[in-house]
Design a binder for this molecule. Structure first.
Ligand code: C2R
Length: 220
């Protein structure tokens, strides 16, 4: 991955590879910030006999294309929607990159002819892992079996949900499925109310000299 901040998304690939017991090496390599390491890393990958490289990067995502230009190991790119929680502004939108991940998707896919990299969708690191395993399955029959099982598990889980939907009716089913979202919204409203009321307390003269006043001021 291009940065430690990508680990939030790339862990999705690691999780599914672990589930299928596929060994993987996880590293931070940036074509921009560590250009010399890129060449070294491609050599290391060939020496170690890596079968596939999954390269996740956000913004001007040159990492997948650049690593592909240094090796013949197939590269699967994961475009990442950059998320920066160290941002000084607290609104959620200010924490994300300006182009919603499209910047990264296009940087990965629009390679010049002759230099090929494939890409999964934005933030779809787990799909990159599944796709990598499909390539590996041509060589490892056990993996082929596991992938078939995975497909059939997916089928069964959709069938189960569809049965529940039929039994409960759409409205009850949707309410149950998203009950946590509704509860979290209520918790957010409640904490907002408590915050506003506490800040109001700071205006009362009785509180002006107390320790509580200092604490409230910090919170507000
Ligand atoms: P920081 O969070 O470290 O500022 O990184 C990373 O992948 C990350 O998503 C912001 C974003 O910059 C990306 N980055 C690249 C490359 N190196 C870092 N796209 C590269 O070499 O392509």
């Amino acid at each position: 991955m291009g940065s430690s901040s990508d680990s939030r998304i790339m862990q999705g690939a690691g999780e599914i590879l672990d589930e299928f017991k596929i060994k993987h090496e996880d590293q931070i390599v940036s074509a921009h910030r560590t250009p010399t390491r890129l060449d070294e890393y491609a050599k290391h990958a060939e020496k170690m006999g890596f079968k596939i490289i999954i390269a996740g990067a956000g913004g001007a995502a040159h990492l997948p294309g650049m690593i592909a230009s240094h090796t013949i190991i197939p590269v699967i790119g994961v475009p990442i929607l950059v998320y920066n929680d160290k941002h000084t502004k607290k609104t959620d939108s200010s924490k994300f990159s300006a182009f919603g991940g499209l910047d990264s998707l296009l940087s990965i896919t629009e390679m010049p002819s002759g230099s090929s990299v494939v890409s999964v969708g934005i933030n779809k690191a787990s799909n990159a892992a599944i796709y990598a395993m499909k390539i590996l399955a041509n060589e490892f029959p056990d993996l082929k079996k596991k992938l078939r099982q995975h497909k059939s598990d997916q089928h069964n889980s959709v069938m189960k949900e569809s049965e529940q939907l039929k039994k409960q009716g759409l409205s009850k089913f949707a309410k149950k499925k998203f009950k946590w979202t509704t509860s979290i919204k209520w918790i957010e409203y409640f904490s907002f109310l408590v915050h506003q009321l506490t800040c109001l307390l700071a205006l009362f003269p009785e509180f002006q000299d107390s320790m509580l006043h200092q604490l409230i001021q910090r919170w507000c």
